[in-house]
Ligand binder design. Structure first.
Ligand SMILES: Cc1cc2nc3c(=O)[nH]c(=O)nc-3n(C[C@H](O)[C@H](O)[C@H](O)COP(=O)(O)OP(=O)(O)OC[C@H]3O[C@@H](n4cnc5c(N)ncnc54)[C@H](O)[C@@H]3O)c2cc1C
Length: 440
């Protein structure tokens, strides 16, 4: 459908006042995502599950392509399109504590994780989500969720006890251990293919202050630094989760490695013991460590999206961080063609979960690797990735901009992919969701 002539008068009454059309002043602020530019015919902002179903029915009746958006930070998942309808659930952003004793919380899919952290802090609770407070609940909780407490608490999806969603036929369902458990399994890793999630229930953790360290190293000799970072993390207690970002040299500064690390505890002596080995990774340019409440690590900027994001990315999971991988990463950066390399520590509680428990089934790997560059340098990124590929074991779809079929096989290794396809045939036979990266 290309519906550029759509007018407010043509909308069903329940969606008037909820819809932004290309002729509206707000349209430039809502048309794009973080990583993708778009020109949708309409962006609809439902304020309830019922309105979400109405928006979907409206789009389907017009034969429109449907994109689902929560926080708009999708890299692989496209939450905008050209000429279709975007159902943007950002107004479904309530955060409620259902049962403080059991730490059970209910979160609207449209909330940003930074708001979730702020709202839950008032109750002394926290949910490990990711490193960005701007990322939306809906996109992350339907994919995985590698957050600052990943090694202590697992992925965000590992804490989910129920999801509520509108299916392709407009039915509203709650999926939990007793009701539609197969749908719950599918949503926890591949939710973008199954419906529009309106809310989730999770078991949060007790929140306290944490130690957040920021270290910057000269990465002129990046390979040993990367390898040593991997060794420190492999030996560290589960309270430590870290993110290593490598950037090539730029005018006026050397290549740098930025190590962000969270020690999920408030005892400075324990934190110092765990963080100190990181100080020896290489020549230090800057160091700081602060005791901070969790919500301070994930502020919300709320800036509108421009669709330029991180360029093109490749993502893969690693069982271990070898000398080969460290060298290949360092060479990619030194070539000047790869503009960012990033490693996240996993393992710990992430790997306590059985691989068949959620559609995200990677439960033996210990690191997540991402390489990024500008779109015009994609062929260099491919060559760089080919060097890394022999040690890559599966991938997290959320960090990769590729959409070729083999990517799905890496993201959902068998038997997960076949099970997802069978469920897709049952719940979304006409492929309304995830149309741009078909599961079937
Ligand atoms: C700057 C940045 C930092 C990031 N940091 C982390 C991190 O630390 N850890 C981590 O795990 N990931 C991280 N990510 C990846 C992020 O989790 C995914 O990109 C996620 O999909 C973004 O969610 P969103 O709601 O903001 O995205 P959107 O663009 O709104 O959605 C992306 C896709 O998710 C699906 N989706 C979104 N909302 C719903 C819904 N309500 N129901 C069903 N499907 C839905 C759709 O398929 C949609 O196309 C980061 C991404 C960026 C850009």
């Amino acid at each position: 459908m290309t519906d550029q002539g759509l007018t407010h008068a043509a909308l069903p009454p329940s969606l008037i006042g909820r819809t932004v059309l290309p002729s509206d002043a707000r349209y430039p602020q809502v048309r794009h995502g973080f990583a993708h530019r778009g020109a949708p015919a309409a962006v609809i902002f439902p304020e309830s599950a019922r309105e979400t179903a109405a928006a979907l029915a409206y789009a389907r009746a017009r034969g429109a392509v449907v994109s689902v958006r929560s926080g708009g930070h999708g890299l692989s998942g496209r939450s905008t399109n050209d000429g279709g309808v975007v159902v943007d659930v950002s107004r479904l952003d309530g955060v409620t504590v259902l049962d403080r004793a059991r730490r059970l919380v209910r979160i609207g899919a449209g909330a940003r994780w930074g708001k979730v952290a702020q709202d839950l802090a008032a109750h002394g609770l926290a949910v490990s989500s990711g490193d960005s407070g701007d990322v939306g609940v809906g996109g992350l909780v339907t994919a995985g969720g590698m957050g600052w407490f990943a090694r202590r608490d697992g992925l965000t999806i590992d804490r989910v006890t129920a999801v509520e969603l509108v299916l392709a036929d407009g039915t509203f369902v709650r999926a939990d251990a007793e009701h539609h458990p197969d749908l719950l399994w599918a949503v926890l890793g591949a939710g973008g293919y199954f419906g529009i999630v309106t809310a989730v229930e999770l078991e949060a953790s007790e929140a306290g202050e944490v130690v957040f360290a920021n270290l910057v190293f000269d990465a002129g000799d990046a390979a040993p630094l990367v390898e040593e970072w991997g060794a420190v993390l492999a030996a560290a207690p589960r309270e430590l989760t870290s993110l290593l970002t490598l950037r090539p040299a730029a005018p006026g500064r050397p290549a740098v490695a930025h190590v962000a690390a969270v020690y999920a505890g408030d005892r400075p002596d324990s934190a110092e013991r765990v963080l100190t080995p990181l100080l020896g990774l290489g020549p230090l340019l800057h160091q700081e460590a602060v005791l901070a409440p969790y919500q301070a690590l994930v502020p919300v900027s709320g800036a509108p999206h421009h669709g330029r994001g991180l360029g093109v990315t490749r993502s893969g999971l690693l069982d271990r961080l070898s000398a080969h991988t460290a060298r290949a990463l360092a060479e990619g950066l030194a070539s000047g063609q790869v503009l960012m390399g990033q490693l996240r520590s996993l393992g710990g509680a992430v790997n306590d979960i059985d691989e068949s428990a959620t559609a995200y089934s990677h439960r033996v790997q210990n690191f997540q690797l991402l390489s990024a560059t500008a779109p015009e340098r994609e062929r260099f990124l491919d060559a760089h990735w080919a060097r890394l590929a022999p040690e890559v074991n599966g991938m997290y779809l959320s960090f990769d901009t590729r959409r070729s079929p083999e990517v799905l096989a890496e993201a959902f290794p068998e038997p997960a992919l076949s099970r997802l396809r069978a469920l897709k045939a049952r719940y979304d036979p006409e492929n309304v969701f995830g149309h741009d990266f078909p599961l079937r």
